[in-house]
Design a protein around this ligand. Sequence first.
Ligand SMILES: Nc1ncnc2c1ncn2[C@@H]1O[C@H](COP(=O)(O)OP(=O)(O)OP(=O)(O)O)[C@@H](O)[C@H]1O
Ligand SMILES: N[C@@H](CCO)C(=O)O
Length: 288
Amino acid sequence: MRIKVPASSANLGPGFDSMGMALGLYLTIDVLEPTDHWVVDHDLEQIPHDERNMVVRAALKVKADLAPHHIVVNSPIPLAHGLGSSSSCNVGGIELANQIAKLHLSAEEKVEIASQIEGHPDNVAPTILGGTVIGTSLHDHFIAVKAPAMPYQFVAYVPAYNLKTSDSRNALPNMIGFHEATQASAIANTLAAALFAQDYQAVGELMEADMFHEPYRSKLVPELAQVRAIAHQHQALATYLSGAGPTVMTLLPEDASVDEFVQALKANGLVDPVMVLPIAEAGVEVEN
Ligand SMILES: Nc1ncnc2c1ncn2[C@@H]1O[C@H](COP(=O)(O)OP(=O)(O)OP(=O)(O)O)[C@@H](O)[C@H]1O
Ligand SMILES: N[C@@H](CCO)C(=O)O
């Protein structure tokens, strides 16, 4: 059995901790034979091979006495780069428990469990449901709603350095003022409305108007302003900080040339890898 889990890009600018989309870059978990203790094969450095592995930890949160198995985890999702690598592990672990213990969890139950583990649904909800998802916690549970597909090319500029979510969150203020909070949430609310109305002119303007996190994190990721400035010269709809960074995501129209955009980045000294990632319209899947 193989569990296939998409990567994800959270925030979409002002949708801090509430908006995200699933991307066609997949962590896979091959479930092999039952064993007397957990064995996790993978080729990452400094990542545990036993029950301390993040995938197994998530599975054991769902079912503490889950029968141990030999599993193989492969992930092309760069770690600590704002493409949801940890969310894919958590969602994969939940699905692992679901399959081994035959729990028959609904998608809503998986979103609930995953959001409890992560504390916010912006990565895990699209990773489970696929597509673009907006969600929130409310009265100890989570509500997640799927938005229409965006007809754009998603171009991820992936700086070489890692930025752990915890470190990137430490750059945020403990409090913002009432007027600022009202304005920031008005921008996010209007972005949600524009996404559902498929009013992409408004989407583009609003995506670049975040007041919750990008102003505080941009000093950690100078590439955000640099890529955004160049993107504006290449018909981009918008550029935003993907998740906690450092990946910078640009939405280009489907008929725009990614090559020309990448060449312009390089000409300006932005020579880190670029990935063009499709939206994953399906979330986590199981292949037998
Ligand atoms: N394939 C994997 N196997 C085991 N652990 C992993 C794997 N991928 C990620 N992790 C764990 O997740 C951590 C990265 O999580 P973190 O939340 O900092 O970043 P991210 O999920 O990549 O980015 P973001 O949440 O901003 O999108 C790694 O340091 C590692 O502990
Ligand atoms: N919304 C989260 C995504 C990463 O977990 C953040 O920006 O910190």
